[in-house]
Design a protein around this ligand. Structure first.
Ligand code: NAD
Ligand code: UGA
Length: 470
């Protein structure tokens, strides 16, 4: 029986390993983490992350061939294949601060693998890492090891998106495996390919050299984020000219060379990876003496920041240039629907902008707790991606912010509503009832283009939708 161990039981490690366990009954999978609360949650009925379909997969395999444990060393020692899926946040201090990837967690995992191993292993980079990381990891694994154990490093970046992780893992567009172009490297690639080929069609498993695999992950995220910044840049022009961004996206996406997906204008992209990975890409370009290329990708982030600022400015200017002491209902705090993840959610910047203008904010999100919201609004930029168990809870709370138990409570007596996550339930609210309970004039700022603006205008709302005429 092949034994797999995955270091890091987060948004990637947990779902990915659960699906491997489900699809490969003959493989034993252990997911390990230094976070005791996380592992406890994985072993309970309340999984640590909300992801449609995940509960079902975990229930089918947990205790059979899927195990969650804090005994990191034991499971690493016993494994044939070790995935490393720890966080690789943006560095907050020192060389490359604010751009470069912080590989502290990765390096400590690699040192531990070298220390505890007593047999040859395939070590798989699952985390998103800078191109050439495998070279550094190889040095750590081999230099720290006097026992003559052989390690083969593979790059197997993950392309799942949150909210659709299980679907994406069941039917991936591709699985990418990069390895050394040596007989041992090819053998390692084949061993990992044999795992995925249990459910992924052969033609969807791509094999490349290590550096292509590492760079393809950063490139894919950069291309995806660039599409959003492109359509968001167009949204500003639409508002200035009377064009409608939904119509423009549709017309543009009809070109089969461009395609219709990932062209929804929004208040800005969020999530734990797009910004971090592009900043990392920018840093790598700068380090390789390519300032023009770095500048090109930096623009994707700049437009995203501009979109969030533009949204806040629009709210304040529409509400007679002040939101001081006005109640603003924020509907949605997660960075997208169907997840409780708030890492780099645009809601943080929008709320901070409104708080800066002295608004009172009432937030409702079906999957985000008050504790999480307060934590996000008091945390420094980039501090969020360091394991929660290492972060003290902030002693301060933002007094201007309250958290409501539903959308009706959040919007009661509000002067304006901001929709920041595209949860389906926001499409179906009884907006007549919402209108009745609000201060007048009642404003709606739809940062996700989820409501029927014309219908709401008929009720009496003043509606501002991203990239659409008033
Ligand atoms: P996460 O923060 O949810 O999980 C990482 C886990 O690693 C944490 O639970 C942490 O406690 C644990 N950890 C850190 N150092 C450890 C160590 N030395 N030993 C044991 N456990 C350790 O992060 P994530 O969202 O799962 O992302 C992991 C990686 O995957 C990142 O590089 C990210 O860029 C990449 N990625 C994420 C997504 C996504 O949708 N979240 C998608 C594709 C790729
Ligand atoms: C993204 C990629 O889609 C995954 O392929 C990748 O594996 C992952 O990053 C990663 O490396 O972490 P994720 O961030 O989970 O996945 O979610 P997306 O669906 O990509 O959405 C990212 C952000 O862009 C969200 O805030 C979303 O609302 C926004 N978005 C997305 C738009 O504003 N418009 C769109 O058309 C699509």
């Amino acid at each position: 029986m092949v034994k797999i161990c995955c270091i890091g039981a987060g948004y990637v490690g947990g779902p990915t390993m659960a699906v491997i366990a489900l699809k490969c009954p003959s493989v034993e999978v252990a997911v390990v983490d230094i976070s005791v609360p996380r592992i406890t949650a994985w072993n309970s009925d309340q999984l640590p992350i909300y992801e449609p379909g995940l509960d079902d997969v975990v229930k089918q395999c947990r205790g059979k061939n899927l195990f969650f444990s804090t005994d990191v060393e034991k499971h690493v020692r016993e494994a044939d294949i070790v995935f490393v899926s720890v966080n690789t946040p943006t560095k907050t201090r020192g060389l490359g601060a604010g751009k470069a990837a912080d590989l502290t967690y990765w390096e400590s995992a690699a040192r531990m693998i070298a220390d505890v191993s007593v047999s040859d292993k395939i070590v798989v980079e699952k985390s998103t890492v800078p191109v050439k990381t495998a070279e550094a990891i190889e040095k750590i694994l081999t230099h720290n090891n006097s026992k003559g154990i052989k390690f083969q490093i593979l790059s197997n970046p993950e392309f799942l998106a949150e909210g659709t992780a299980i679907e994406d893992l069941f039917k991936p567009d591709r699985v990418l495996i990069g390895g050394r172009e040596t007989p041992e490297g090819f053998a390692a690639v084949k061993a990992l390919k044999d795992v995925y080929s249990q459910w992924v069609p052969e033609e969807k498993i791509l094999t490349t050299n290590l550096w292509s695999a590492e760079l393809s992950k950063l490139a894919a995220n950069a291309f995806l984020a660039q599409r959003i910044s492109s359509v968001n840049a167009m949204s500003a022009l639409c508002e200035a000219t009377g064009a409608n961004v939904t119509e423009v996206s549709y017309a543009v996406g009809k070109d089969s060379r461009i395609g219709p997906k990932f062209l929804n204008s929004s208040v800005g992209f969020g999530g734990s990876c797009f910004q971090k990975d592009i900043l990392n890409l920018v840093y790598i370009c700068e380090c390789n003496g390519l300032p023009e290329v770095a500048e090109y990708w930096k623009q994707v982030i700049k437009i995203n920041d501009y979109q969030k600022t533009r949204f806040v400015n629009r709210i304040v200017s529409s509400m007679f240039n002040t939101v001081s002491n006005k109640k603003i209902a924020v509907l949605g705090f997660a960075f997208k629907k169907d997840t409780g993840d708030t890492r780099e959610t645009p809601a943080i910047d929008v709320c901070k902008g409104l708080i800066g203008d002295k608004a009172r904010i009432s937030i409702y999100d079906p999957q985000v707790t008050e504790e999480q919201i307060q934590r996000d609004l008091t945390m420094n930029k980039f501090d969020w991606d360091h394991p929660l168990h290492l972060q003290p809870m902030s002693p301060t709370t933002v007094k201007q912010v309250s958290v409501a138990w539903d959308a009706y409570a959040a919007t009661k007596d509000a002067h304006g509503i901001c929709i920041l996550t595209e949860w389906d339930e926001f499409k179906k609210l009884d907006y007549e009832k919402v209108f009745e309970s609000m201060q007048k004039p009642a404003f709606v700022f739809d940062g996700r283009n989820v409501v029927d603006a014309e219908k709401l205008r008929k009720i009496g709302f003043i509606v501002y939708s991203i990239g659409k005429p008033l």
